[in-house]
Design a protein around this ligand. Structure first.
Ligand code: PGA
Length: 253
């Protein structure tokens, strides 16, 4: 996917994580039905578990809802039991992929260097990567959050994203799944630092790359977060599992 010259629409991305059996497709269908009545101002994407990607892509096919995967391998194919490649994601109907989510970095020890390879593989397969960064509570309390996250941005983005569509998602680890949201001031400070780094690396393109916020985004706080400076969308976990909540967040743009 090549970047358009206009400023991208915000992206509301629903990360189902390791949740969802076939019945969950009805939630996605409900999102589609609602957006058909009233189109969204934002781009909307759902990231189901890999087992549902193909069925979800068929269920929402032809609608405004995009689909993607929660991870991909850095190589196009080979002896990597249990992994899926970016090409497989595209083959299953996905057009985006989350790279370097903190749960992957923590549970699977993924380094920023590996994340960059995944994003590179995504670009090579024509997918739009969402590259995740974020600090632990310990790092924040030590006063190192901005420097840590800026370094993650630099190390997790491969040069091949230049000129292509991609997003960065800032997700402080202490706000994920905890019900605890970063304050709007925290978000504004971090997004400004990420924006400066993106502009330094990618020039004009870096000034427009969407920077999503993630971490306990819910209907009650989405409006305030999405209105904050340099917030180009949201990566939503728990509140994306139910159509009614996810739609409320989509409508907050
Ligand atoms: P949460 O997850 O909305 O459940 O906090 C966000 C994410 O990890 O993408």
């Amino acid at each position: 996917m090549t970047l358009s010259s206009t400023k991208p629409r915000p992206l509301i991305a629903g990360n189902w994580k390791m949740n969802g059996l076939a019945a969950a497709l009805d939630e996605a269908r409900a999102v589609v039905a609602d957006l058909e009545i009233q189109p969204a101002a934002a781009r909307v994407a759902i990231f189901p578990p890999a087992t549902l990607l193909s069925r979800l892509s068929e269920a929402v096919g032809g609608s405004a809802v995009l689909t993607g995967a929660q991870d991909c391998h850095g190589k196009p194919n080979g002896a990597h039991t249990g992994d899926i490649s970016a090409g497989m994601i595209a083959d299953a109907g996905g057009s985006l992929v989350i790279c370097g989510h903190s749960e992957r970095r923590t549970d699977h020890g993924e380094s920023s260097e590996q994340v960059a390879r995944k994003a590179e593989a995504a670009i090579a397969a024509g997918l739009e990567p969402i590259v995740c960064v974020g600090e632990t509570l310990e790092t924040r309390e030590a006063g190192d959050a901005v420097a840590f996250v800026v370094a993650q941005v630099r190390e997790s983005l491969p040069p091949s994203v230049a000129g292509k569509a991609f997003c960065v998602a800032y997700e402080p680890l202490w706000a994920i799944g905890t019900g605890r949201t970063a304050s709007v001031d925290n978000i504004i400070e971090m997004h400004a630092a990420i924006r400066a780094e993106l502009a330094a690396i990618f020039g004009e393109q870096g000034k427009a790359v969407p920077i999503l916020y993630g971490g306990s985004v819910k209907p009650e706080n989405a409006g305030e977060i999405l209105a904050a400076a340099e917030v180009g969308g949201a990566l939503v976990g728990g509140a994306s599992l139910k159509a009614v909540d996810f739609l409320a967040i989509i409508r907050a743009v």
